[in-house]
Ligand binder design. Structure first.
Ligand code: GLU
Length: 422
């Protein structure tokens, strides 16, 4: 899989440029950009961890708190060997925008540890998670900054983090992180929420573009938490998923892959590679497939100036954060491909995180039905608000530009009210 390191696109510069562009398009004062171009606060910490062989290894951990004008900083923590400060800063900016678009009362934050969890034992990951929270605890809090899962982190990691934070504070503070297991204040459906939200957005996008979902042909990059849940929900909506890739390989079948069987196979083997229901396929080929909807649900900088020209999909719905480079965006616009951006499309995760946090604060828990219907409502509303907003703008703006403008308007108004800028 290609990533930001070998395509030389700096996601932080991209995010800054996106804000600057929206500020310009809206004719907002320059100090709105000055206020938003960098995170409010950025923390880098050495995270010493005792490994199973008894040796201490020091990892680098990050937390970026971008903006909290609309509510506490909010955003996941990723464990990835190639993560760096600029990636975390970019992701924190996108969280601010995402929460404003999704209308959840949070600001934006993001955290990460540069490590390879695939090469670590469960005990080592536990010690790393606890030590990370300990290092960041001075700047976290259930009313200050609330982490969640992201790439390579999950409910178990959140449980360790909530436990460690509660030990430090000497009381149970379950609202300190979201995405926890149900047993310790988690929310029903949180794990599948991003994928489910994405499927709702795909349904709305298809409706807006007069595309029937029955037998709609889908190509999906990434089969982690987001990709696999998306595939299962799309399967239920009648879509035909013809190709899926992950970091180890990919599988293709023009008659469609069974998402349930593929998920089961992936749980057992750790990858979609060599799934008996199809033939091998790589990322480049996947992007160039003849399909209706392309869903990048892996990492940033996947749809690039190199891959974009070959894309044949009518609609792209971004499950990953930052999968499309700005150069590729221009190409996709010229090709008239309808792109539903990450900051809207994958907001189902943080939306259910919001539900979890509300329930933790109230210590009153909702039913599955309540959570499901609230998520659907939020996703449908978010898509339609941005779509209507885009259509009312003159200059042929994309959904990404419209989503940024929509968010920036809310943020700028709130900052003005609070006396943060002009
Ligand atoms: N990591 C997810 C995202 O990028 C969820 C964040 C959250 O729930 O706070 O949107």
């Amino acid at each position: 899989m290609t990533n930001n390191k070998n395509t030389h696109v700096n996601p932080f510069q991209v995010a800054q440029h996106q804000i600057e562009h929206a500020v310009e398009q809206l004719g907002l004062p320059q100090d709105v950009y000055e206020r938003l171009k960098n995170p409010d606060r950025f923390m880098e910490a050495a995270i010493p961890v005792e490994m199973d062989d008894g040796k201490i290894r020091v990892f680098t951990g990050y937390r970026a708190q971008h903006n909290n004008v609309l509510g506490p900083y909010k955003g996941g923590i990723r464990f990835h060997p190639e993560v760096d400060a600029d990636e975390v800063k970019a992701l924190s900016i996108w969280m601010t925008i995402k929460c404003a678009v999704a209308q959840v009362p949070f600001g934006g934050g993001k955290g990460a540890v540069a490590c390879n969890p695939q090469q670590m034992s469960a005990k080592e990951i536990e010690r790393l998670s606890r030590r990370y929270i300990w290092a960041m605890s001075p700047i976290l809090g259930s009313k200050v900054d609330i982490p969640a899962p992201d790439v390579n982190t999950n409910a178990q990691v959140m449980a360790w983090m909530a436990d460690e934070y509660s030990k430090i504070r000497q009381y149970n503070d379950f609202g300190i992180v979201t995405g926890k297991p149900l047993e310790v204040g988690g929310c029903i459906g949180r794990e599948a929420a991003t994928g489910k939200g994405l499927a709702y957005v795909i349904r709305e996008a298809a409706r807006a573009k007069n595309l029937s979902l029955k037998n709609a042909v889908i190509a999906l990059q990434g089969f982690g938490k987001v990709g696999s849940a998306t595939a299962r929900f799309l399967g239920k909506l009648g879509c035909k998923i013809i190709a899926v890739t992950d970091i180890f390989g990919g599988v293709y079948n023009k008659n469609g892959l069974d998402p349930e069987k593929l998920s089961e196979y992936c749980r057992e083997t750790g990858s979609v590679k060599d799934f008996p229901g199809g033939t091998d396929i790589g990322n480049e080929e996947l992007f160039a497939l003849d399909c209706d909807i392309l869903v990048p649900a892996a990492l940033q900088n996947q749809i690039t100036a190199e891959t974009a020209p070959g894309i044949k999909a009518k609609i792209i719905v971004e499950g990953a954060n930052g999968p499309t480079t700005p150069e590729a965006d221009v190409i996709l616009k010229e090709k008239n491909i309808f792109v539903v951006p990450d900051i809207l499309a994958n907001s189902g995760g943080v939306t259910v995180s919001y539900f979890e946090w509300v329930q933790n604060n109230y210590t009153y828990y909702w039913t599955e039905k309540e959570i499901e219907s609230r998520l659907e409502l939020k996703m449908v509303e978010a898509f339609n608000h941005v779509f209507a907003y885009m259509n009312q703008l003159e200059n042929n703006v994309t959904m990404r530009e419209a989503a940024f403008m929509y968010a920036l308007q809310r943020l700028a108004e709130a900052m003005k009210m609070r006396g943060w800028c002009g």
